[in-house]
Design a protein around this ligand. Structure first.
Ligand code: F3S
Length: 106
């Protein structure tokens, strides 16, 4: 599966979701996830993300490893998103911030 990682938090650009041929994305308040039960590893979403938040499972860095489980868990709780919409208002500012884990709203 592919995994949405920390860089998405508080940005949520959503360019990724319109590319997905199987509608695998789910949206929370300030983050999106990929349902691992639906992702077919087509990789089409990867290049769409302005902050490079989407990573194949086998290329997750150690500090992003927890997002594998987070995507799976949150995908069960959050609604499907199939079309891109406006990024969060301060997305361009938050795109430059590292260590955003504490701001993840569930
Ligand atoms: Fe998030 Fe990037 Fe998609 S910021 S919503 S993973 S385009």
């Amino acid at each position: 599966t592919h995994v949405v990682t920390e860089a998405c938090i508080r940005c949520k650009y959503t360019d990724c979701v319109s590319m997905c041929p199987v509608d695998a994305f789910r949206a929370g308040p300030n983050f999106v996830v990929i349902d691992p039960q639906e992702c077919i590893d087509c990789t089409l979403c990867v290049a769409e993300c302005p902050v490079d938040a989407i990573v194949p499972e086998d290329q997750l860095s150690a500090d992003q490893r927890e997002y594998l489980a987070l995507n799976a868990v949150l995908a069960k709780a959050w609604p499907r998103i199939v079309e891109a919409h406006s990024p969060l208002p301060d997305a361009d500012d938050w795109a430059k911030v590292a260590d955003k884990r504490a701001w993840l709203d569930t």
